[in-house]
Design a protein around this ligand. Structure first.
Ligand code: DCP
Ligand code: MG
Length: 390
């Protein structure tokens, strides 16, 4: 690496972060264009499916109709103006915006559009790092065109492929670009270089840095550090005392806009999991039959996901959230990796037996980790006769 750098003149890096605007909600607006301009919230269930009336129009559920404990996945900018955001309870949101439209979540549709927009960008350059359903990093360093031209071309390609808008931040590194893509949302292009850090980045709250979570944010606030600029000015010794050496060093570098991480175009999943929040809290004994059925369904889901993606898992774990919101996890490592639903169910059941179950449960999850590629499943994909009868 060092050798190559010394002989090849390195161009300054140009890293883009692209994030889709109000992603789930924008996908829904493609099929219900009559909702454009209205406050719309995504977080309903099947019963909130729009109803087609005899005159061809649709009747939509409203937030005020909602009863249950679901949370909002996202909302349109019109709903955000009313104070309704991701991760808020739907019933709480209903108090703020009772008239807002409520739509059920349709992950298959969002995954479909996710694949479409990523393919459109990959047709421009393969230097794309997948960061989740609605965001990617793109390394533009070696492309011939100037940065604004590339930004516009990428946005247009995404629009042509999906009908959706996105926001792009471009800077010398991932950390700054991730902050930038959010600065001029929706439909934004934000270009930033090192000289702009003091003016554009330092006034922002520390939580805008990806990697400073709620806990670190609170600790920093307690030290009187609210903005990224204040973090950049903080005494390294003070940070070390409160955060330990390595996180303190990272905080200092992040605040100065330093980040050398490369754009990684391929990565293996670390784990595959499924979880569900119950409609009402369930009791281990009184609701045993129902719990057992849900548990089996989660295990089968994880097994199917493993097979579909061509992995085996060696560590099987469970996650429980109790009525008091406390989370407990247990896992165990099998002698052999597996994608067999029966083996996963048995291992997960073993984990469950190691948990005291006096309190009622709110959520149950099953996870397979320590993944390895399943060579047998690769063969199955290549020869259709060998496919598993799922
Ligand atoms: N999402 C979710 N639960 C959350 C946050 C997000 O299910 N707590 C889902 C719904 C979002 C998608 O992930 O549409 C992308 O998340 P973003 O944070 O990028 O939010 P949006 O794309 O909805 O809005 P923005 O325009 O601010 O990016
Ligand atoms: Mg987004």
């Amino acid at each position: 690496m060092r050798y190559r750098r010394s002989v090849m003149p390195t161009l300054p890096r140009r890293i883009a972060h692209l994030d889709m605007d109000a992603f789930y909600a924008s996908v829904e607006l493609l099929r219900y264009p009559e909702l454009r301009g209205l406050p719309v919230v995504i977080g309903g269930r099947g019963i909130h499916q729009p109803e087609l009336l005899t005159d061809g129009s649709r009747r939509f559920a409203r937030l005020r109709d909602y009863v249950g404990r679901g949370v909002i996945t996202t909302s349109t900018y019109e709903a955000r103006a009313l104070g309704v955001f991701s991760a808020m309870g739907v019933m709480k949101a209903a108090k703020l915006a009772p008239e807002a439209i409520l739509l059920p979540v349709d992950f298959d549709a969002y995954r479909h559009y996710s694949r479409l927009f990523k393919a459109a960008v990959r047709a421009i350059t393969p230097q794309v790092e997948d960061r989740g359903i609605d965001e990617i990093y793109i390394d533009l360093t070696n492309l011939p065109d100037d940065t604004p031209t590339l930004a516009r071309r990428i946005k247009q390609a995404v629009k042509d492929a999906t009908g959706l808008s996105c926001s792009i931040g471009i800077s010398p590194n991932k950390l700054l670009s991730k902050i930038c893509s959010d600065l001029e949302k929706p439909d934004g292009i934000t270009l930033l270089d090192e000289g702009d850090i003091a003016r554009r980045i330092w006034p922002l709250p520390v939580r805008k840095i990806n990697g400073i979570g709620p806990k670190a944010g609170e600790k920093l606030a307690a030290l009187g550090i609210a903005t990224i600029g204040q973090l950049a000015d903080a005494e390294p010794a003070l940070l070390q005392e409160h955060f330990g050496r390595s996180y303190a060093e990272w905080l200092h570098q992040a605040a100065h806009g330093i980040d050398e991480r490369p754009v990684v175009t391929y990565s293996e999943p670390k784990s595959i999991s499924r979880e569900t929040t119950f409609e009402r809290d369930l009791h281990a004994r009184r609701d045993r039959a129902l719990l057992s059925e849900i548990f089996t369904r989660l295990c089968t889901g994880v097994a199917n996901d493993l097979r579909r993606k061509g992995y085996l898992g060696r560590t099987i774990g469970i996650k429980l959230r109790f009525e008091d919101f406390r989370i407990m996890t247990r896992d165990l490592t099998l002698p052999e990796p597996t994608a067999d639903p029966v083996v996963i169910r048995r291992a997960a059941g073993e984990c469950l037996r190691r948990v005291p179950l006096e309190k009622k449960l709110r959520l149950l999850g099953v996870r397979a980790s320590a993944l390895s590629p399943d060579s047998a499943s690769q063969e199955a994909v290549e020869s259709p006769q060998g496919e598993l009868p799922l």
